[in-house]
Design a protein around this ligand. Structure first.
Ligand code: TXA
Ligand code: MG
Length: 344
């Protein structure tokens, strides 16, 4: 199958492909998603195949209006209505109890809830309206690889497996949406994202924060959280303190292999980098770093032969919580502190 790149004036063509049951990747403000008609079981099953995604990992339903949500979900509580009013369209995915048999098991993984999201991307909202159906929207990467923040990343992972990609340039936020579970008594954050815990607490009063580690005997509430994620071929090591970069560079200088290093410009400017170290700028701050993290990991995978990627850590609050959540998964929990690698 030839994978077509649709430009923004070819939304009609992309929508027609979706209507026919084909797969079309679409832009959002967080990362690119892999779209299929959420009401077409066969189309949705191809999404799992294309991504190599385990079939028990349910999909987000991407919508362009609240009327569609009301068709599938149980009557919305006042709190949910407030969330929608405050954060949609935007980077918040809301888990809600479904009406009986409203969506197929292929979408929900057999749960009686589903994840709903209205992204802040005009082209995609128009794509969904034109197709006239809600579309599933997992990130448009091969399962386990960093999520795509450029149409080129999608093309690299899924070319030949999907009908097309609606190209709207680089995504803005760079990490996936915040997921909040509103099907439980206490609203619970299942995945941190650009909508922060503080923002949610302002609207909801009480919200249970994201648990970073799921215990060995615990089932994660968002099924996707149990899988290995965002992992490039090289070992990622988190450098939590700017002062530790000096030791990281010294260590790298003694290696026979190439070493990658991702940090903000102020840190890079102060480092004396040996010839075998390749740097990648994370920009000025945590917002820029979130925007660039996945692209940086992919860069080192595709265009270099580094065995280790030292990557800057940030404090675990606000957007930093989302950034650190993804970075921790890419690193498998490995940090570089006090001149050595430690498993935290
Ligand atoms: O920003 C985003 O959310 C992107 C863009 C493309 O919209 N999408 C995305 O989808 O990140 P995905 O499939 O990569 O991540 C969705 C997560 C998975 O971990 C999945 O297990 C969880 O949401 N999920 C889906 N339905 C759920 C449900 N009913 N209950 C709990 N978790 C659910
Ligand atoms: Mg994903």
């Amino acid at each position: 199958m030839e994978t077509k790149i649709y430009t923004l004036d070819q939304i009609d063509e992309a929508a027609a492909a979706l209507k026919k049951g084909q797969l079309v990747a679409f832009p959002t403000e967080t990362v690119y998603g892999l779209g299929a008609d959420a009401t077409n079981v066969e189309a949705v099953s191809h999404v799992y195949e294309a991504k190599g995604r385990p079939s028990d990992n349910p999909l987000i339903v991407t919508i362009a209006d609240v009327a569609t949500l009301e068709k599938f979900a149980q009557p919305l509580s006042d709190q949910v209505k407030l969330l929608i009013k405050t954060f949609w369209p935007g980077s918040l995915t809301i888990i809600l109890p479904l009406k009986k048999d409203a969506l197929s098991k292929t979408v929900t993984g057999g749960l009686d809830t589903a994840a709903f999201r209205m992204p802040a991307n005009a082209a995609t909202l128009s794509l969904i309206r034109t197709a006239g159906v809600p579309i599933v929207g997992p990130s448009a990467n091969t399962s386990g690889k960093p999520s795509p923040t450029l149409a080129e990343h999608v093309y690299h992972d899924l070319k030949g497996k999907i009908a097309g990609i609606l190209d709207d340039g680089p995504t803005d936020v760079g990490v996936e949406s915040t997921i909040i579970d509103m099907s439980t008594d206490v609203p619970t954050i299942l995945r941190p994202g650009a909508v922060t815990e503080d923002q949610l607490a302002d609207v909801l009063g009480t919200v249970q924060g994201n648990k970073h580690k799921v215990g060995a005997n615990e089932t994660p509430k968002a099924p996707g959280m149990k899988y290995k994620h965002y992992a490039p071929d090289a070992q990622v090591e988190i450098v939590d303190h700017p002062s530790d970069f000096k030791a990281a560079v010294d260590w790298a200088g003694q290696q026979a292999t190439k070493v990658g290093l991702m940090a903000t410009d102020d840190i890079l400017a102060k480092l004396d980098v040996p010839a075998n170290v390749e740097t990648y700028s994370l920009g000025a701050d945590v917002a820029a770093a979130s925007h660039l993290l996945f692209a940086g990991l992919r860069h080192f995978d595709l265009e270099t032969e580094v065995a280790t990627i030292f990557t800057q850590g940030f404090s675990n609050d606000g957007l930093g919580a989302a950034y650190m959540n993804r970075l921790n998964k890419s690193a498998g929990g490995v940090h570089f502190t006090n001149n050595k690698s430690v498993d935290k």
